[in-house]
Write a protein that binds this ligand. Structure first.
Ligand code: C2E
Ligand code: MG
Ligand code: MG
Length: 670
């Protein structure tokens, strides 16, 4: 039983296999695919791209060719004016001229603003069919009109047929099947016409036509094969130029092209579109924590999730390390862009599995709408960047549309950034120093260097405004280097028992050159490393610990001490208190301000002081403004205090008086 079924199955196969083969073959053949003639096999996306190139070429000169067809038809009608078949000739000429003109006009109006990258098989079938219909119309001419025509008109018909053969072969030089569909009926008509007449001269003409035809078709094939090979090579080369090798998504170059196309369509037909800019919120952290191969794996998974959220014809592009972008063409409602952005954000709800660990990612999205937010590439890119900046500031998973007010603040920031770039060379930066008071011995133990910027127009710009800009733009490296050199130089003029604290930004730890800078600054000023203290904040340790730890450890080995600034404002730093040998904790001023009125603040201050003592590290209370606060801290055994009560930040010149022991005693006597 089983065997019979099997035998039947085999018996059916050759027939159905052959049918399948023939159907595939003819589909390829009429779609202009050279694989039907032994050319290279291509997948459908590449085949569609080749068709697009072939059709674009044909459409490029189709208007001219159709005008020539109409003109030839009219010439033929005039040549056959005195022939007995003149009425038929007139009807034929009118039909061909009208058809050719209509097609030419249609081809002209259908010219696309942007070149299509893919053309379906159906479009190519239509082209081959139309070539056949037109070829047949010309093939009728020698059969129907040659015999009864005058010798002059016969000459015209001969010229026309020869011209049509050559012109057809030229027009379809990249699509052999279309060239055959057009020229074959003309060959056939000519053959019938010449064969009907037994004259020897006509036999010679027939030989010529066959030779010409063979040469023409050979030329068409050679040209078409060469053309296809070139397009395939170009396609692969372009793909590698346009594709991000890691995620296989389009890259920045491809994105810019898509944007330029969208802008062209906007200018031509008013087609609106949206640009979505996406930024991964914790990519650097993942890279630092798990290493670069895991970071790459994360990006690949992110790319796959993002691509699943878009409409079929749209592709998310990877335009930077952890930056992705999408252009939503033909946008009718802004909500559509929001919906896709929400899908992007929701795609991060599930954690990613990286090297067996669950990693939670997040994404922020900025959106601009064209033409509402701009109609040029620089404007749109600038505005979408601004929208993304606001989204990132608002926290992970936020989506922000661009708003006009963003632009003003961004312009202001840009102006400030430009000025900051020049601030060092214009000598607009300077340091002020705020003292630390040892509560037990009533002695100034050191100073914290605080940066100031005297802007020629804006006046004194606070560090809370310009430090974040310096961090984002990378200027912090240059500025930080200046600060450390200046602080060390100043420190060298102070007594040996006074230390200097210098604030460091997280970004500075991403540049290993900082170590060299500290060593040089200490060497140049001849200051002992023990007198230099670096202040870092908790939040920096949490987000950037991976890369910061090695530099921090190297600094500690030099003998430089490290203090934990703004303690209590970040999270989970207790772990880091164990990992790094801090010399000091600085309790954030917000706790000191409220400790006398709010019991919870007092409890925190007391516990931190106790914790520091148990860990045998120093503790400083920041922001002490009243004698009551100082008294309370003295009673809770706080080591040192800093604040306006002890001294506001002052210039190096003013410090000499403060370091005078007699003056200190009279000012801070308890
Ligand atoms: P910080 O390191 O916590 O510095 C303490 C801030 O509190 C200083 O503000 C100081 O002037 C202020 N302050 C001191 N005592 C009192 C007080 O009794 N009451 C009140 N209300 N405030 C007090 P400043 O100078 O505006 O600095 C702000 C922040 O800017 C600093 O916080 C530090 O994080 C950063 N910064 C300053 N200079 C530098 C620098 O050279 N490099 C880096 N990376 N950051 C710096
Ligand atoms: Mg500080
Ligand atoms: Mg602080």
């Amino acid at each position: 039983m089983n065997l019979r079924v099997k035998a039947n199955g085999w018996a059916n196969r050759p027939g159905s296999g052959m049918r399948m083969f023939l159907s595939t073959y003819f589909k390829q053949l009429f779609a202009g695919d050279l694989a039907a003639f032994g050319g290279p096999q291509t997948d459908e996306s590449l085949a569609g791209h080749i068709r697009a190139e072939q059709i674009c070429l044909v459409l490029g000169y189709s208007t001219g060719i159709m005008l020539a067809n109409a003109c030839n038809a009219v010439v033929l009608a005039v040549a056959l004016w005195h022939s007995p078949n003149w009425i038929y000739a007139l009807v034929w000429a009118a039909a061909v001229a009208t058809g050719a003109l209509a097609f030419g006009l249609h081809a002209h109006s259908a010219r696309r603003i942007t070149k299509p990258q893919f053309v379906s098989r159906k479009t190519m079938y239509r082209l081959v069919r139309n070539a056949f219909v037109l070829g047949t119309a010309w093939g009728i001419v020698p059969v129907a009109f040659f015999t009864n025509a005058s010798s002059g008109a016969q000459l015209v018909i001969t010229c026309l047929c020869a011209g049509m053969l050559a012109g057809g072969a030229f027009a379809f030089a990249t699509i052999p099947v279309a060239a055959i569909a057009f020229t074959m009926p003309i060959f056939l008509g000519t053959a019938i016409c010449l064969g009907r007449n037994g004259d020897f001269v006509y036999l010679l003409v027939a030989v010529l036509v066959v030779v010409y035809g063979a040469v023409l078709l050979r030329a068409v094939f050679v040209n078409a094969f060469e053309f296809t090979r070139r397009i395939i090579a170009q396609f692969h080369a372009e793909q590698s130029v346009r594709q991000d090798p890691l995620t296989h998504l389009p890259n920045r170059f491809a994105f810019n092209e898509t944007l330029a196309d969208a802008l062209r369509r906007l200018a031509h037909s008013g087609e609106e579109f949206a640009v979505l800019l996406l930024d991964l919120d914790r990519f650097k952290e993942i890279n630092d924590k798990f290493g670069h191969p895991a970071g790459d794996e994360f990006l690949v998974q992110v790319a796959a999730r993002l691509q699943r959220c878009t409409r079929a014809a749209e592709h998310v592009a990877r335009i930077g390390g952890d930056e992705f972008a999408l252009i939503m063409a033909n946008l009718t409602r802004a909500e559509d862009a929001l919906e896709v952005a929400e899908k992007f954000v929701a795609a991060f709800a599930e954690p990613f599995l990286i090297e067996g660990c669950e990693v939670v990612g997040a994404m922020s999205v900025g959106i601009v709408l064209a033409p509402r937010d701009g109609n040029t590439s620089p404007d749109l890119l600038k505005h979408v960047d601004i929208a993304l900046y606001r989204a990132k500031k608002a926290g992970p998973g936020t989506i922000c549309f661009f708003e006009a007010t963003d632009d003003r603040s961004a312009r202001d920031r840009k102006a400030l950034q430009r000025d900051l770039e020049l601030a060092i060379e214009r000598d607009e930066l300077f340091l002020v120093y705020q003292p630390f008071l040892d509560v037990r011995h009533n002695r100034i133990t050191g100073f914290e260097a605080l940066l100031r910027w005297q802007h020629p127009v804006r006046g004194l710009v606070p560090p809370s405004v310009f430090i974040p800009i310096a961090e984002e733009t990378g200027l912090i490296h240059q500025i930080g280097e200046w600060v450390i050199r200046r602080a060390c130089a100043t420190l060298s003029t102070w007594p040996a028992n006074v230390r200097m604290a210098v604030n460091f930004s997280a970004a500075q730890f991403h540049n290993s050159g900082i170590l060299q800078t500290v060593v040089q600054a200490l060497g140049d000023s001849g200051v002992s490393p023990r007198r230099l203290e670096i202040e870092i904040t908790e939040s920096m340790l949490i987000s950037k610990y991976g890369s910061a730890s090695s530099i921090l450890n190297a600094l500690l080995q030099l003998g430089v001490t490290v203090a934990l600034d703004d303690f209590g404002t970040g999270f989970s730093s207790l772990t880091y208190l164990r990992k790094l040998p801090f010399s000091r904790i600085k309790i954030d001023q917000s706790f000191i301000r409220d400790m006398l009125t709010q019991p919870d603040c007092a409890a925190i201050v007391k516990s931190v002081i106790g914790l520091a003592q148990d860990l045998r590290i120093g503790v400083v209370a920041e922001g002490v403004e009243t004698t009551d606060q100082l008294e309370y801290l003295r009673q809770t055994n706080c080591d040192e205090v800093q604040g306006y009560l002890i001294g506001r930040p002052i210039s190096a010149d003013q410090i000499a008086a403060l370091l005078d022991p007699r003056k200190q005693r009279s000012t801070h006597a308890a």
